[in-house]
Write a protein that binds this ligand. Structure first.
Ligand code: BEZ
Ligand code: FE
Length: 285
C-alpha cells in the first residue's frame, strides 16, 4: 500500500473490510482497530514498549493450558471481565454474576444434596445450603451446580500437586424443592498466581494481589441462562479490594457461627460450625 502515513493508516486499515463481512464482526473489529490506534497515538507507544507487550502476550500463551488461562487472569486484573459481566448481568431479576476466573474445570465428581466436600481437608468446617429458584421464587429441581474453591493453603487442586485430583470441586443436582446443601471448609483469601505476566502487570500498577475469600458457582438448568457467580465472606479484610473486581454487594454473605450440636448433627459436623444460606435465582433463557 503506497502513500501510507501515520495520519491515514487507521482509515486505510478500516477500509480493507469486504462488503460481505459479518456485520457484528465488522462492528467489533472496527471499534477494536479504532481504539487500539487511538491508544497507540495517545501514549506515543515506542517500538520497545510494543515489543514488551508482544513478549508479555507470548508468555501468557506459553503459561496457559486447558486448566489455567493467563489471558482470563489478565482480563480479570484489568477489570475487563467484570465490565463484560456487569453489562450482561441478570440483576435485579436474577442473582448477580461474578467472573469465572481462570481455574474452572468441567466434569467434577457428582455429590448428592447434603453431601460432604471436606474429605481430608483441614480448615474451619461448615455448611452451605439454599435453593435454586426462578425469578418469581419457584424451585428449579434438577439444576446443576458446579462448585469449586481453594484448599486452606489458598491453592486450587489443579495447580497444587499435593492435593488429590478434584479436591474441593464438585457438581450437585438440586433436589425436588430446588434445594442444595454441602459441607465444606471456610474459604480463605488468596493471592492470584505469581508466575506469569499477569503478576508482572500488578507489580507495574503497584496493586495488592489478594482476592477476598470466596466460593465459586456455575449453575445451569434447561430453559435458563447459565449463572456464573461467587459467594464472598462479608467480613474478609479484602472485601473492598478484590484484585479482580468480582465482589458485588448481594454476593457478600455472612458465614455465621452456629453453636447448636443438634443442627451440626444434621450434617455430621461438630458445633460450633459456620453456616451460609443463599438462594440463587436464574433468569429464563
Ligand atoms: C479465582 O477466583 O479463581 C480467580 C479469579 C481471577 C483471577 C485469579 C483467580
Ligand atoms: Fe477463586
Amino acid at each position: 500500500m503506497k502513500n501510507l502515513t501515520k495520519e491515514n493508516v487507521t482509515d486505510k486499515v478500516l477500509g480493507t473490510f469486504p462488503a460481505d463481512t459479518n456485520p457484528r464482526e465488522r462492528e467489533i473489529l472496527t471499534s477494536l482497530i479504532k481504539h487500539l490506534h487511538l491508544f497507540v497515538r495517545d501514549v506515543s507507544l515506542t517500538t520497545g514498549e510494543w515489543l514488551t507487550a508482544m513478549d508479555g502476550l507470548y508468555r501468557a500463551g506459553e503459561i496457559s493450558n486447558p486448566v489455567r488461562n493467563e489471558f482470563i487472569l489478565i482480563s480479570d486484573l484489568l477489570g475487563v471481565s467484570s465490565l463484560v459481566d456487569l453489562i450482561n448481568d441478570n440483576a435485579p431479576i436474577a442473582t448477580e454474576t461474578s467472573p469465572l476466573g481462570p481455574f474452572f474445570v468441567k466434569d467434577a465428581p457428582l455429590l448428592e444434596p447434603g453431601g460432604d466436600m471436606i474429605e481430608e481437608n483441614s480448615g474451619t468446617q461448615g455448611v452451605v445450603r439454599g435453593h435454586v429458584l426462578t425469578p418469581e421464587g419457584k424451585p428449579i429441581p434438577g439444576a446443576l451446580l458446579e462448585i469449586w474453591q481453594t484448599a486452606e493453603n489458598g491453592l486450587y487442586e489443579n495447580v497444587d500437586p499435593d492435593q488429590p485430583k478434584s479436591n474441593l470441586r464438585r457438581r450437585m443436582k438440586t433436589g425436588p424443592e430446588g434445594n442444595y446443601a454441602f459441607t465444606t471448609i471456610q474459604p480463605v483469601s488468596y493471592q492470584v498466581p505469581d508466575d506469569g505476566p499477569g503478576w508482572e502487570l500488578l507489580g507495574m500498577m503497584g496493586r495488592n494481589p489478594w482476592r477476598p475469600a470466596h466460593l465459586h458457582f456455575k449453575i445451569s438448568a434447561e430453559g435458563f441462562r447459565p449463572l456464573v457467580t461467587e459467594l464472598f465472606v462479608e467480613d474478609d479484610p479484602y472485601i473492598d479490594e478484590d484484585v479482580v473486581f468480582g465482589v458485588r454487594n448481594s454476593l457478600a454473605v455472612s458465614f455465621a457461627t452456629n453453636s447448636s450440636q443438634q443442627d451440626a448433627d444434621q450434617f455430621n459436623l461438630k458445633a460450633p460450625f459456620w453456616q451460609v444460606e443463599f438462594d440463587f435465582k436464574l433468569q429464563s433463557a
